[in-house]
Design a protein around this ligand. Structure first.
Ligand code: NAP
Length: 282
C-alpha cells in the first residue's frame, strides 16, 4: 500500500515558515505584495483566486485584487498590467487563466515584468528554466518537485513519465525533472500505447485533466505517482487523473486529490512572491 504524500500538511508547514520570513522582512521595511487579475466569470478561477487570497492572508503577504469584466479589451488589460509593473509596492503579478477567448493570454503574460512574474510564465523566465538559471519556476511543477524532495524521493537516473505537455505543467516539469537527472518521457493526446510507456516508469506525473485516467494496470509495482489533475465529477466529487483507490495498492508513494498538488501550488506561489520582494529590494 502506498504512502500518501500529504501536500496539504506540507503546504501548511511551508506557509508557516514563510509567515516568519515575511514578518522579518516587514521589520526591514520589505512588504511582499501580490496583485491578482481575474478577467471574466470562470467559476473555477474565482475559487482559485479566493484560495490565493487566503494563502496571502496566512503568510502575511499583502494582497490586491483586480476583477475585470468578461468584455474587457486587450488594451485595458495591458494598461492595468503596465500600471502594476510600474508600482514599486507590488512584488508579484498574477494573471489568472483562462482568459475570455477574445484575449490573447500569451501577449498578456509577456507584458508582465519578468521580475514580478511569480507564476513563471513569462518567456524570459521559461527560457531561464530551460537553461538551468535561477528564475521563477511555474508553481505546479515547483510544488511537485518540493513534494518529492520532502519525502526524500530520489529521481536521479529514474524513468519519469509525464502525461500532459501544457505550458503551465508538463513542459516546465520536464526541465525540473531533468535538472534532477531523471530520464524524462512526455506523453500527450497523440501518444500511442501510453500504458507501455507508463508501465516502465519509476515516477508518473499525471497532468492531463481526465478523471481516473491512470489505472492500476498502467503502473508498475513501487512506482511513485503524482496526480496533478483536478476534475469534478457529475456528482460534484473532486477527483484527480489517477484512479487513487486502485493505483495506491501498487504505488510506493501517491498524492491524493484534493490535498496533494493543489495546496502545494499555492504554497509555491507564496514562495515566489517572497522571492520577488527580496530580489526587488537587494
Ligand atoms: P491542458 O492545458 O488541457 O493540457 C492537457 C494535456 O494533457 C495536453 O498536453 C494534452 O495533450 C494531454 N492529454 C489530454 N488528453 C490526453 C490523453 N487521453 N492521453 C494523453 N494525454 C492527454 O491542461 P493543464 O492546464 O496542464 O491541466 C491538466 C490538469 O491539471 C487539469 O485537470 C487541471 O485542472 C489540473 N491542474 C492542477 C493544478 C494544481 O494546482 N493541482 C494546476 C494546474 C492544472 P495535447 O497537448 O496533445 O492536447
Amino acid at each position: 500500500m502506498a504512502e500518501i504524500i500529504n501536500g496539504k500538511e506540507l503546504a501548511k508547514n511551508i506557509k508557516q515558515s514563510l509567515k516568519q520570513e515575511v514578518d522579518k522582512l516587514k521589520e526591514d521595511g520589505i512588504i511582499p505584495k501580490l496583485a491578482v487579475i481575474l478577467v471574466g466569470n470562470d467559476e473555477a478561477s474565482k475559487v482559485y483566486v479566493r484560495n490565493k487570497s487566503k494563502a496571502c492572508n496566512k503568510t502575511g503577504i499583502e494582497y490586491e485584487e483586480y476583477i475585470l469584466e468578461e468584455t474587457t479589451q486587450m488594451d485595458e488589460l495591458l494598461s492595468l498590467i503596465e500600471k502594476l509593473n510600474k508600482r514599486a509596492d507590488i512584488s508579484g503579478i498574477l494573471l489568472q487563466s483562462p482568459l475570455p477567448k477574445h484575449l490573447d493570454i500569451n501577449v498578456a503574460f509577456r507584458a508582465i515584468d519578468p521580475s514580478k512574474d511569480v507564476d513563471g510564465f513569462h518567456p524570459m523566465n521559461v527560457g531561464k528554466l530551460v537553461l538551468g538559471q535561477d528564475t521563477f519556476v511555474a508553481c505546479t511543477p515547483y510544488g511537485v518537485m518540493r513534494m518529492l524532495e520532502a519525502y526524500n524521493i530520489n529521481i536521479e537516473g529514474k524513468n519519469a513519465v509525464i502525461i500532459g505537455r501544457s505550458n503551465i505543467v508538463g513542459k516546465p516539469l520536464v526541465q525540473c525533472l531533468l535538472s534532477k537527472n531523471a530520464t524524462v518521457t512526455v506523453c500527450h493526446s497523440r501518444t500511442k500505447n501510453i500504458e507501455e510507456i507508463t508501465k516502465k516508469a519509476d515516477l508518473i506525473v499525471a497532468a492531463l485533466g481526465k478523471a481516473n485516467f491512470v489505472k492500476e494496470d498502467m503502473v508498475k509495482e513501487g512506482c511513485v505517482v503524482i496526480d496533478v489533475g483536478i476534475n469534478r465529477l457529475e456528482n460534484g466529487k473532486l477527483v484527480g487523473d489517477v484512479d487513487f483507490e486502485q493505483v495506491s495498492k501498487k504505488a510506493s508513494y501517491i498524492t491524493p486529490v484534493p490535498g496533494g498538488v493543489g495546496p502545494m501550488t499555492i504554497a509555491m506561489l507564496m514562495e515566489n512572491v517572497v522571492k520577488a520582494a527580496k530580489h526587488q529590494n537587494i
